[in-house]
Design a protein around this ligand. Structure first.
Ligand code: 2IP
Ligand code: CA
Ligand code: CA
Length: 381
């Protein structure tokens, strides 16, 4: 299944292109923003946005993966619904059509007849061969998986609020980016339908850095399938020695009790805050933070599945925080209880909440660090 990984890298790069095109055209970007309503609203935000960019990206990924792996088409899920309402109150089902022209015509109906915007978007969606991926790490990889055993979770754009706000932050080498465009990510995760275990993850950061020609992206991938573990990021033991102590990344809206419990463990500079659930997990993957703790059920399967596969590929993991606090952790050096899974919904919850990581989560690479954080949090909130 190295072919699937390569396809996901290409399609995530295409998704990043669409995300960049949508931001480059200011009038287009204004057109794309709609507010979410009803039960699909992420309770975390007072204002949560549903953008056409999101919908288009998700449908494009579904279309491209389904074309090459028809066995997977009914098992490709994402954050967005492909039903979109245009300015005239008409409901349009957004899909990727057979030709660029047809897709442009369909998008024009969503964009209230704005041909220019529709053409730009359709061009980015159908642009296949333009991508140069210089990732040779995937070439010799043998992934013992069959498409009929797999499902996919897509978050077309994570940290939408940062994407829409569009602040361009200056990044300090070796430090995480608390907010801004860098926190916006395309997340694709592949899991085993039978067990819900994540096996392949792709993360694309469309706005990694800016050069004189514009924004440039960066991609990351990981495979964790039995004894096959591979990742585009170096394993922690192969990295240069890091400074002692422990660092934790949190959402700025994290409970005060959690912040207070962790402060003595980390010291003031090493308790950090960043936007985007996916970006915070990426910070752990990259070693910019040791642990990410989230005490609430405000993330969803599409937020965590892809990045989770990279953590597993590097010898770490992502656990249900509530379970972890209740049942202990890391027996015998490795923890396999409470690992988040991706195949079962919470049938009693409405809308998007069916797919929430309800018990919160904790993401880590090093079991010792996980141990210390859990020890500190027990009984504190
Ligand atoms: C959001 C996004 C938010 C995050 C929230 C996710 O996804 O990643 O940034 O909140 O949990 O569901 P926070 O930044 O406080 O961690 P989306 O942007 O796709 O709605
Ligand atoms: Ca998200
Ligand atoms: Ca999203």
């Amino acid at each position: 299944m190295a072919d699937l990984l390569k396809l996901l890298l290409r399609v995530a790069e295409k998704a990043a292109n669409v995300a960049r095109v949508c931001r480059q055209e200011a009038p287009l970007f204004q057109l794309l923003v709609q507010e979410k309503t009803g039960v699909d609203k992420n309770k975390k935000f007072v204002q949560d946005f549903k953008t056409l960019a999101d919908v288009v990206i998700q449908e494009m990924i579904r279309h491209d993966v389904g074309a090459q792996f028809p066995e997977m088409i009914d098992h490709i899920q994402g954050e967005e619904s492909n039903k979109f309402e245009n300015g005239l109150g008409e409901s349009v089902i957004v899909t990727v059509c057979g030709t660029e022209k047809e897709t442009a015509a369909l998008l024009a109906t969503v964009l209230d007849g704005d041909q220019m915007a529709a053409t730009l978007l359709a061009c980015a969606i159908h642009q296949d061969a333009m991508l140069t991926l210089t990732d040779t790490g995937t070439d010799d990889l043998h992934i013992p998986l069959s498409p009929s055993d797999l499902g996919i979770w897509i978050d077309p754009i994570d940290a939408t609020s940062q994407y829409i706000e569009g602040r361009e932050e200056v990044v300090v080498e070796g430090c995480l980016c608390p907010s801004g465009l860098q926190c916006a990510l395309v997340l694709i995760g592949v899991y085993l339908r039978a067990t819900g275990e994540p096996v392949i993850g792709v993360i694309n950061q469309p706005f990694n850095h800016k050069d004189p020609t514009g924004w440039k992206g960066k991609h990351f991938w990981g495979v964790s399938c039995g004894s096959v573990k591979a990742c585009s990021v170096l394993r922690p033991k192969d990295r240069p020695a890091e400074c002692p102590g422990l660092s934790v990344v949190l959402s700025s809206s994290e409970k005060q009790a959690v912040k207070e419990a962790l402060a003595p463990l980390c010291g003031p500079d090493r308790l950090m805050y960043a936007s985007g659930a996916g970006y915070k997990i990426l910070c752990v993957i990259l070693g910019l933070a040791d642990v990410y703790v989230l005490s609430e059920g405000s993330t969803f399967k599409w937020d965590s599945c892809g990045p989770h596969a990279l953590l597993l590929a590097l010898g770490g993991g992502m656990l249900d925080l509530k379970e972890c606090l209740r049942f202990g952790h890391c027996e015998g050096g490795h923890h396999d209880q409470g690992e988040l899974t991706y195949h079962q919904s919470l049938s009693e919850s409405p809308g998007a909440d069916r797919w929430a990581n309800q018990g919160g989560l904790v993401a880590y690479l090093d079991c010792q660090m996980l141990h210390r954080v859990i020890g500190e949090l027990k009984g504190k909130f």
